[in-house]
Every structure is written in structure tokens, then in C-alpha cells.
Design a protein around this ligand. Structure first.
Ligand SMILES: [Zn+2]
Length: 189
């Protein structure tokens, strides 16, 4: 994609991501990651990966930066730059980070994901290109759009008319779970 960012904005993101990468705590993977997020407030938030001896508790650099943005009062981002590996291809975000990005972006089409390698090479994507069918089931508006993209809009409409939309489940009614999921379409598929 063609970036909407200025060269100066991309360079600033790169600088902050590389700085954060220097703080990475990655003794297990040996793969330090730095990320920098341009918030809709115009500020840059950075983060690194933080691993743990209990592997599943590790956090990616992208999510560290995104969570920092939210915790400092900014709700949406315009761009994320990820820096790791030798070439930009190695900086592709994992699925978990893409899912979090899809929730916190200004828009799927406009949010940019920039991959940068140690070699200085960069690749530019829209979030829509990297994560076209994310999980949206508890976000009715986003789910409706996703369903339309998948050709499931009628199912979504009838589910909503029936008042079944994201209705909190009463304890002990788990027998309805499969019905509810069916009514909500295949948002997770
Ligand atoms: Zn990740």
C-alpha cells in the first residue's frame, strides 16, 4: 500500500521502535522486537517484547506498545511500525497482535502496519490487508461489516432482530451456546 505518513513520521516511528527494541527482554527466543505506535493523538508509544520462563505469559512488542497507548489515554492508532529480524519479512506480527490491532485501529483500511528489518528495508501494509477476517462477535457494528464481507449479512440481521445479539448468558443456560453461535453466524471462522 502507499503510506499516508510523511517520511519524518516513519523515521520517528523507526527511531522509537529501535530504541524500544534495545530494552527487549527475550532470553528464551533470542529474538528482540521493538514496536512504535502512532496514536490518533499524534503521540508515539513504543514497546518491546517481554518474555517469561512460563512461555505463555510472554508479551509481544506490538501489544506492549498498544497497551501503553491505551493506558495513557489514547484509544486508537493510525500506524504501527515493528522492527525485528534481519529483513522486514521477519517482522510480520503474530495473529494475536493483529487481533488486538483490529480492535484498537482508527480503521482497518487506514491503519498502517510497517515492517522493518535490521537491513533497513521496509514493507507497508494496511491492517485490512494483513487481517481481513478478525474476531468481532462482541462488537456488533464491526461484526456486521465482517459478516457482509463474508456474505452472511442476512443471518446477522435476523439474529439481531431476534434480540439474540451478544445477549449475556445466564448461568446454567450453557445448553443454548451452540444455538447462539449458529445464530451469530461464522464470525470466528
Ligand atoms: Zn504478537
Amino acid at each position: 500500500m502507499e503510506s499516508r505518513l510523511s517520511d519524518a513520521q516513519v523515521e520517528a516511528l523507526s527511531r522509537e521502535a529501535r530504541k524500544a527494541k534495545g530494552f527487549a527482554y527475550a532470553p528464551y527466543s533470542g529474538f528482540p522486537v521493538g514496536a512504535a505506535v502512532l496514536g490518533e493523538d499524534g503521540k508515539i508509544y513504543s514497546g518491546c517484547n517481554v518474555e517469561n520462563a512460563s512461555y505463555g505469559l510472554s508479551n509481544c512488542g506490538e501489544r506492549t506498545a498498544l497497551f501503553k497507548m491505551v493506558s495513557e489515554g489514547c484509544r486508537h492508532f493510525k500506524a504501527v511500525l515493528v522492527c525485528c529480524g534481519k529483513t522486514p519479512q521477519e517482522a510480520v506480527p503474530c495473529g494475536a497482535c493483529r487481533q488486538v490491532m483490529s480492535e484498537l485501529c482508527c480503521s482497518m483500511e487506514e491503519a498502517e502496519v510497517i515492517l522493518e528489518g535490521e537491513d533497513g528495508g521496509r514493507l507497508f501494509y494496511s491492517l485490512q490487508e494483513l487481517y481481513p477476517h478478525g474476531f468481532t462477535s462482541f462488537r456488533p457494528e464491526a461484526a456486521e461489516k465482517a459478516a457482509a464481507d463474508l456474505g452472511h449479512s442476512e443471518k446477522m440481521d435476523s439474529a439481531r432482530k431476534d434480540g439474540e445479539w451478544a445477549k449475556p448468558k445466564e448461568p446454567g443456560t450453557s445448553g443454548h451456546d451452540s444455538e447462539n453461535q449458529a445464530a451469530h453466524g461464522k464470525g470466528k471462522g
